[in-house]
Design a protein around this ligand. Structure first.
Ligand code: MN
Length: 247
């Protein structure tokens, strides 16, 4: 059944995309240096429906779950997480806009990133296979112990729950939408849609943005100002990147 899984784990990812039409990275060798600890990230993806893509580096790819309500630090909530196709490691640095007509069209914000540790002795693949994956996140927003638990015998078979464990990082009532800014560029979703440049000062990230994992995709890659009209209007005084604060 799943016997072929792992041979070419990124086939599904590649089959859904036309890499000449989307800025998303094609599968390939990771361009970044492998860090000491595995990487995780969460991308806030405003596509047909807003959702958060939760990704853990396991076995050379980003194992991925789409979480409509997003992750939470509140241990009382169990948020539905649909297990989706593996993504290449370099996808974990992606932020930008997937053009209309392409798979997943919409804006992608790098909402959180960091390193994680698996909990227990089983490998990540073994834990996914048994449907009970436990890990400790050290992100900029998400910290502490979490579990992804497969709801067996339900629907399509890809239904999991993302659960915060009770620990010092647990935060009852925590609201994911109160943290809707990029850890890569400091931008809001709307600023990403408009291709506005990265903010100079990151919001609430205490300058930690370069700490963890650096791909060779520079943070400013999405920074090209979109509107030539607006650029032409601005007087040629020295370039300022001040943005009015987004919503
Ligand atoms: Mn998505």
């Amino acid at each position: 059944m799943e016997g072929l899984k792992g041979i070419m784990p990124l086939d599904e990812y590649a089959a859904k995309r036309h890499f000449e039409k989307t800025p998303e990275p094609p599968p390939g060798k990771r361009k970044s240096k492998a860090p000491a600890k595995p990487y995780f990230c969460v991308q806030r993806h405003d596509a047909t429906r807003l959702h958060y893509d939760f990704r853990l580096e396991i076995d050379g790819v980003l194992k991925s779950w789409a979480v409509p309500k997003g992750p939470s630090l509140d241990p009382a909530v169990k948020h539905f997480a649909a297990h989706v196709e593996d993504h290449p490691i370099d996808y974990g640095g992606f932020e930008g806009n997937i053009p209309a007509g392409n798979y997943g069209a919409g804006s992608v914000m790098l909402w959180d990133r960091g390193a994680f540790d698996l909990l227990g002795d089983a490998t990540g693949l073994e834990q996914i296979e048994r449907g009970d994956l436990k890990f400790h996140l050290n992100g900029e927003k998400l910290k502490g112990d979490f579990a992804l638990v497969h709801m067996k015998g339900r629907g399509k078979g890809n239904e999991w729950l993302l659960i915060k464990k009770r620990d010092d990082f647990a935060s009852p009532g925590w609201d994911v939408e109160a943290h809707a800014y990029s850890v890569l560029s400091g931008r809001t979703q709307e600023e990403i849609v408009r291709n506005l440049p990265a903010r100079k000062s990151k919001q609430k990230t205490a300058g930690a943005v370069d700490r963890v994992w650096q791909s060779d995709r520079p943070p400013k890659k999405a920074a090209a100002p979109k509107s030539p009209a607006a650029a032409a209007k601005s007087t040629p005084r020295k370039k300022k990147r001040t943005l009015t604060s987004g919503a």
